[in-house]
Ligand binder design. Structure first.
Ligand SMILES: *[C@@H]1O[C@H](CO)[C@@H](O)[C@H](O)[C@H]1NC(C)=O
Ligand SMILES: *[C@@H]1O[C@H](CO)[C@@H](O)[C@H](O)[C@H]1NC(C)=O
Ligand SMILES: *[C@@H]1O[C@H](CO)[C@@H](O)[C@H](O)[C@H]1NC(C)=O
Ligand SMILES: *[C@@H]1O[C@H](CO)[C@@H](O)[C@H](O)[C@H]1NC(C)=O
Ligand SMILES: *[C@@H]1O[C@H](CO)[C@@H](O)[C@H](O)[C@H]1NC(C)=O
Ligand SMILES: CC(=O)N[C@H]1CO[C@H](CO)[C@@H](O)[C@@H]1O
Length: 328
């Protein structure tokens, strides 16, 4: 009789032969994602094909859920490209080199931990940020679901802001020694510059630049985990996307926050599963895509062994890094 582990491995091999690609294809897809992330300009310009499926649903714990390829492309890549294009100090660094620190692959799902070196060019500083993602791929090896966690993002902000603050104060001619006030002024200045430039006509959000500044300086910057809430931080994130589609993104930096920068109920956020295709291990949440190619009796067995599966498809990944020497 087969041991449970061996049995599970056999099942996985059966499953693999029924339509999923080999683990190596998933590892390659992760490499492509790391390279794309370190070179947002090429994704935006279509030089690197989008790693995202048309129906992609992505969630980032510090912000919120994004639905569809266009929005996710703007959010994952445009966000950083726009920041890099500014000549002033940005609170959001630009990913310059992305290393895969660890990963586990169980087709069609990969779990990966990236270390992204975030560059803050005006202060000549690079700070690593760990990004953990569960990623689910479709048959074309495009990302159909991703669930990302910015590890220690609060600590990341606490670490970087003191280095950025003197330079920001200089750029804004501010004499305040209160860093909170300075960051709120910075946020207001940048958001209102974008709003005044791009949110015009039907997309106008504020009566005037002055009324934008009054609203924004009165608004709390918020905590690092409130990037999808009614905060200055949320509007600061979204200001980088306005240029791409003002009609979609202007409300996000306006007084209402559109459907992005709004009050959210913690319990509801946690209890909502937004994904079309699950990111969970076999059958912990059954759906057709996850169970594809596995005979019904085998699924029944998988249910029994699911917490004990040590899969032959689990692969250790040797770190490789991607340096974006040719983007801005
Ligand atoms: C930044 O500076 C460069 C070179 O001076 C200029 O071409 C570019 O337009 C500036 N970008 C912004 C957003 O002002
Ligand atoms: C930036 O920092 C690096 C490493 O500390 C140093 O080699 C380089 O000269 C610095 N560049 C500027 C413009 O300060
Ligand atoms: C800061 O002061 C300099 C020179 O006094 C001026 O050129 C610049 O526009 C000022 N910047 C802001 C944001 O007020
Ligand atoms: C800094 O400014 C914030 C916002 O105005 C205020 O709540 C806080 O008390 C100030 N901190 C100090 C040390 O003055
Ligand atoms: C995926 O989910 C989003 C909402 O989360 C929905 O708008 C979209 O139609 C779904 N796509 C598919 C193929 O089910
Ligand atoms: C917990 C759970 O979702 N179990 C499901 C596993 O998949 C079978 C389908 O073969 C469902 O009947 C179970 O409900």
């Amino acid at each position: 009789m087969l041991s449970r582990t061996a049995f599970a491995s056999v099942l996985l091999l059966v499953r693999m032969s029924f339509g999923y690609k080999q683990p190596i294809n998933y590892l390659q897809a992760l490499e492509v994602l790391a390279a794309a992330y370190a070179d947002p300009a090429s994704v935006i310009d279509g030089i690197i094909p989008s790693p995202l499926s048309v129906d992609v649903v992505g969630r980032v714990d510090a912000t919120t859920t994004f639905v569809g390829q266009e929005l996710n492309t703007e959010y994952l890549f445009g966000l950083f490209l726009q920041g890099a294009d500014e000549n002033t100090t940005q609170l959001i660094g630009t990913p310059r080199s992305v290393t895969i620190q660890s990963s586990v692959v169980e087709p069609p799902v990969a779990a990966v931990s990236f270390i992204s070196e975030m560059e803050f060019s005006t202060v000549n500083m690079t700070v690593p940020l760990q990004i953990d993602m569960f990623i689910s791929y479709d048959d074309d090896m495009k990302i159909v679901s991703y669930d990302a966690i910015l590890r220690r993002v609060g600590e990341f902000m606490a670490y970087t802001v003191p280095y950025l603050a003197p330079q920001i104060a200089k750029e804004l001619n501010s004499t305040t020694t209160n860093v909170t006030e300075l960051i709120e002024l910075k946020t207001a200045t940048d958001v209102c510059a974008v709003s005044t430039q791009y949110c015009t006509g039907d997309n106008q959000q504020y009566e005037s630049h002055d009324s934008c500044m009054s609203f924004m300086t009165a608004l709390s910057f918020g905590e690092s985990w409130q990037g999808g809430m009614n905060t200055g931080w949320c509007r600061y994130i979204h200001k980088n996307m306005v240029k791409y589609r003002p009609e979609v993104h202007c409300p996000h930096i306006g007084p209402t926050g559109g459907d992005m920068c709004i009050d959210r109920d913690y319990v509801q956020v946690v209890d909502t599963n937004p994904f079309n295709q699950t990111l969970l291990a076999y059958n912990s949440s059954y759906n057709v895509a996850d169970m594809k190619g596995i005979p019904a009796n085998n699924i029944a067995e998988l249910v029994k062994v699911q917490t004990e599966v040590v899969s032959m498809t689990t692969v250790a990944f040797s770190p490789r890094s991607y340096t974006c020497s040719f983007c801005i």
